[in-house]
Structure formats: C-alpha cells, structure tokens
Design a protein around this ligand. Structure first.
Ligand code: BG6
Length: 473
C-alpha cells in the first residue's frame, strides 16, 4: 500500500559504519521504491571520515552493491537514488560541523521551498550518541524545537551501557526533544514474525485461554547465530552478549509472549503491557543467579581483532527468568543466545504440560507433551506438535504436527524490519519503538545480572556447536 509520506531528510551519524551499509540504505531504497518517492527525500551522511558527496556516494554505492546483488550507483536503476546522498564531514564534538550540517539541510529545502523535516539517525556507540545529542540540542534548527517542520531522532541500540548511562542519555534527549520525537530502536520489534505473535495470540480464540501457568510448563527462547563477532571486537569487549542481545531482543521476545492483551490500539497500549512484564521479572540474588545463568565464550574469541587475550567477555548466555505474576507463576522462561553456534535460528518454544488423564496411564501408553514452536527466522513458521493415535489396534500415541508457514500461506513479501521502522518514524508511530521507561527497566534487569555475576568466568565452547553444556536449571 502506498502511504503519503512527508518529505524528509535522513541524517545518518556513523554513516560509514556497517549498519548504514547493510541495513539502512537497502531499507531506504525499498521504501523509496515502494512509495514512489522521487524527490521528497535526501540522505546526508555525517562522520569523521574524509569524503565529499561524490566519494561518499561511491563508497556507499559499492558496499550497497555488494549487499544488493552486485548493482552499484553507476547502474541507471540506482542512479536516481544515489544522487540523493550527500555528505558532511566533521568531528562529533565540533560545534561548527553542526552548523555546516544545518546549512546542508536547509539549503536544498530553501531552494525547493519545502519544509526540511529531519530524521536524525544515531548509528553510533552510546558515548558518541551522547556527544551528538548535546550538539543537536545546542544548535537551533537541529533540535526538537522547530517551527512547522518536524525533527525526530532515532537512537540505535544499545541505548546506553547500563541503567545509569541510559538514564543520562534519556535526560540529555529530553533537553532538546520531546518524547514523541524520540525513537529508540530494537529492530526485533518490527520483524514480521514477531508482530505476528500479537495476531496469533489476540486475534484467535484457541490459545489465549491456555496461555498461562495452568497449561504451560516452560518457555524457551533461542537466538542462535552461526557467526562470530566479525570486526566488532571493540564493541563486544564492552558489551558482551547479555547487553548486545538479551537486554533488548531476548527480553522483548519474552515480553511479547508473556504480556497481557493491550487494552486499546493506542501506540502506548502494547508498551504499557510490556512494561508490566519487565517490572514483574524476578530479580535474582547472587546465589540464585549462579544457578540460573550459564555463560560461555567461543574458542578463538580472544584471537579476534581488538579483543584482549585474556578476555572474560561472554559470547553465549542461557538465563532462566521467572515472572512474578499470576499468569506465569513458577513458569521458567529460558533465554538462550549465542554467537558462533551451530546454526542461525531464532525460535520460541512453548512446552505445554501433559494432561493428567488416568486413562492413558492405565493403558501404559506414553506420549509427549504438546509443543508450540514459533520460528522467527530463518524460516517464518509456526508448528503445533500434538499426539495422534497411530493407526492400528493398540493405543499408541505419536507426535505429529500442524504447520503454518508464511512462505506457503502468503504470496506477498514482508517488509524488512528497518524499512518498517523508518516508515514508522516518518509517520510518527512509536508502537514498534522502545519507550523511555521500558529501556530503563530492561537495564535494571540486566544490571542486576551483570553485577551479581561480575566474577563469573564464561565456559569455553567449540564454534559451530550448541554452546557449553547447559546445566539442568
Ligand atoms: C544486533 C546485534 O542488534 O542484532 C548483533 O548487535 C546481532 O550482534 C543482530 O547479530 C541480529 O539481528 P538479526 O536481525 O540478524 O537477527
């Protein structure tokens, strides 16, 4: 469906980084193509690296080409898009660089006599983001206090490195922008299969009645990747897997499964329910943490670029969470995530309890419990495993499955998460973005784990395996 989008300038800070090349540019290209926006947008890269408009276009064009089946900016198909890319070079702390940025933004807008709506995209580490926000706040025209046009700021994850830094970042943002102008990203929220969990749970009668501790024994959330940290040693040494994946993607998936139905269609309704779950997550003390968390590090991690030879940073974690509310009383939610594991797989498994009928027991008939498997990626599908009587005289029950697969059920392709998120931000819809109080609550959960386990050493595991042997929690 074509939407009417305001004209906009997307300013990317950290524009020569991986994210801009691999995710943002391809998503923008799709967005512009789908909505047939020809002249109503511009992209301005801002960064320390020395480029001019032309060399920056070539740089992005080449890398964009690699991601997009070998088509470069010189290709007529991409040419029009690439001509909308510009570059402003400067240090993040240099006030005059922001003046130059402002001139670049307003110049073209004045020429065309259009409003210069601006979407600032901070694809930068938290410390650099803080510096950028300070300078945006100080520069009239670049902060949130604009006239008829709008300015919005998107902040990539990780949003801070702990509660303290996240609060500081929130405070800083609030000095120049209103909450409705602030968009904190967790791209998992915009994945088609994650959004489908809402449809699956709340647009069907089947499951909501049994979606609780009476019927569900445990929930397992797996986020496995079959690759290491690539060139991200510097970042990983500070973050580790818990901050990189569990603080955001993992706990957001948990909340999507555990939350109550949103009470209305307000953009805050979902976030209100998720916040209740984040607040209800049981905070473990040190001893309990040691019994509920397994940390791992893949062999070879310490030889990666920019990684200390004696690094104790985790590249794998399995954590048992409990939720203190009536619906989930005593139901463990396991989140297991890791780098360099056996395969790429993001999946949520709900293991149901076995029915208590004596009938089957008397018949000496063993069978497996029901299982609901929601695969987020690489395949986009839902399987329900249940028991069926094997044909024949005896009552032998075997597991069979009912299956739904996006690939076979729908012909239209879903939008990429970044496409959807950029579109949301332009339209002003924050539903799929993380609210201030939610991000802070998430850090409280993670800070508690990190502090409690500060002396815990990760267990080594072989790459391309399922990680260290998980203890029986
Ligand atoms: C990012 C993490 O947020 O998500 C990466 O920083 C991770 O470490 C990536 O690889 C996974 O995203 P996706 O969409 O490929 O599952």
């Amino acid at each position: 469906m074509k939407l009417v989008l305001d004209n906009f300038t997307l300013v990317i800070f950290g524009a020569s980084g991986d994210l801009a090349k691999k995710k943002l540019l391809p998503a923008l290209y799709e967005l512009v193509k789908i909505h047939d926006i020809k002249d109503n947008f511009r992209i301005i890269g801002f960064g320390r690296s020395v480029y001019n408009h032309e060399t920056f276009r070539n740089y992005l064009g080449e890398t964009f080409a690699q991601a997009k089946s070998g088509v470069a900016c010189t290709d007529p198909q991409f040419k029009g898009f690439c001509e909308k890319i510009f570059y402003v070079q400067g240090d993040y702390e240099e006030a005059s660089a922001y003046q130059r940025l402002k001139e670049e933004i307003t110049l073209k807008a004045q020429n065309k006599q259009v409003c210069s709506n601006v979407l600032f995209y901070l694809a930068t580490p938290p410390q650099v983001s803080a510096l950028i926000i300070k300078n945006l706040n100080k520069t009239p025209g670049l902060n949130g206090k604009t006239g008829q046009c709008w300015n919005k700021v998107i902040v990539e994850k990780p949003f801070g490195t702990d509660l303290k830094s996240a609060r500081a970042l929130n405070h800083l943002l609030a000095q120049g922008f209103l909450e409705k102008q602030i968009y904190r990203i967790d791209h998992y929220l915009a994945k088609e299969t994650v959004q489908n969990i809402f449809a699956f749970r709340f647009a069907n009668t089947f499951f909501e009645q049994i979606w609780n501790s009476q019927c569900i024994d445990n929930v397992q959330i797996m986020i496995a990747e079959d690759f290491g940290i690539f060139e991200r040693g510097r970042y990983y040494e500070k973050a580790g897997l818990i901050r990189d994946i569990i603080q955001n993607h993992g706990l957001q998936l948990l909340a999507t499964i555990a939350m109550d139905a949103p009470k209305s269609d307000r953009e805050d309704a979902i976030r209100d329910q998720k916040l209740k779950i984040f607040k209800a997550i049981h905070r473990m003390k040190e001893k309990e943490l040691r019994n509920s968390v397994v940390l791992g590090q893949y062999e070879g991690y310490t030889q990666e670029k920019n990684v200390a030879s004696d690094s104790q940073v985790e590249t794998y974690a399995a954590i048992k969470f409990l939720i203190n509310n009536q619906r989930w009383s005593n139901v463990p939610f396991y989140i297991c995530a890791g780098k360099n594991l056996k395969k790429n797989l993001t999946e949520i498994v709900l293991n149901f309890r076995k029915p208590k009928y004596e009938y089957f027991k008397e018949k000496n008939c063993n069978f497996e419990a029901n299982q609901l498997v929601i695969q987020i990626q690489p395949e986009e599908k839902i399987n329900l495993k249940f028991g069926a009587k094997r044909p024949g005289e005896k009552m032998i029950i075997e597991p069979v499955k009912m299956a739904f697969d996006y690939k076979t059920s729908f012909t239209q392709k879903g939008l990429s998460a970044y496409h959807r998120l950029l579109e949301d931000a332009i339209l002003g819809d924050q539903t799929r973005y993380v609210r201030k109080d939610c991000v802070e609550e998430l850090w409280k959960i993670v800070d508690n784990i990190k502090t409690g386990l500060k002396n815990e050493k990760p267990i080594p595991y072989k790459p391309k395996t399922w990680g260290p042997k998980v203890l029986d929690f």
